[in-house]
Design a binder for this molecule. Structure first.
Ligand SMILES: C[S@@+](CC[C@H](N)C(=O)[O-])C[C@H]1O[C@@H](n2cnc3c(N)ncnc32)[C@H](O)[C@@H]1O
Length: 185
């Protein structure tokens, strides 16, 4: 039987894509499986829009005894929507905070950037700055997943070049918009 969270997520998936840019189903499954398999409990999402992808993260985190999710969304209306949507389904064992702010500048005011898992789905040209601010603080064996590397290849090429130049190994997932997965070593 589908949980309320899954039913609600399906409703959010029907919202217009050209307004909210929800991730695809396979991407959601990938994010969920990474969190569950690694028993990650401290997660950050950069680029939350209406909260659709956050609900995949929350579903995975709900299986932990205690977990937290920070979401960053700089657009006021989408931020409010995400806050409301997340509040409706977030279980008590997952502490969710939706921040109305802009990455990467906002990280300077964060108390800790020691995340287990980060999902970056924000403005493509800011990928390097956001990754660069987060990767050094990521917990050992932590993972960063970046979306749209195939759908926005031209805009994402500098990010791919940056990974290569810095000898940061990555795995390319050729699903949906194309994702890069980096494991902290
Ligand atoms: C592709 S959408 C995110 C879709 C969402 N992850 C989902 O699948 O439901 C990108 C969102 O990131 C926000 N955004 C873009 N760049 C940002 C930044 N640097 N800091 C915070 N939010 C940002 C935009 O306002 C937009 O709502």
């Amino acid at each position: 039987m589908k949980s309320d969270l899954v039913k609600f997520r399906e409703i959010l998936s029907q919202l217009p894509f050209d307004k909210y840019w929800q991730i695809g189903l396979e991407t959601g499954e990938l994010l969920k499986s990474i969190i569950i398999e690694n028993k990650f409990s401290k997660v950050l999402e950069v680029g939350t829009s209406c909260g659709y992808s956050a609900l995949w993260l929350i579903e995975a985190l709900s299986m932990q005894e205690k977990a937290s999710l920070d979401c960053i969304e700089s657009h006021k209306e989408r931020n409010t929507l995400a806050k409301n949507n997340i509040a409706l389904v977030c279980p008590p064992n997952v502490v969710c905070n939706v921040h109305l702010t802009h990455a990467p500048e906002c990280f300077e005011s964060f108390n800790s950037l020691n995340y287990d898992f980060v999902f970056i789905d924000a403005t493509k040209s800011q990928s390097i700055g956001i990754f660069d601010a987060l990767y050094p603080h990521l917990n050992p064996k932590g993972i960063i997943v970046v979306d749209n590397v195939l759908s926005h290849l031209e805009k994402m090429q500098p990010f791919i070049d940056y990974l290569k130049e810095n000898k940061i190994d990555y795995k390319l997932h050729k699903i949906d918009a194309g994702l890069i997965e980096v494991v902290k070593n």
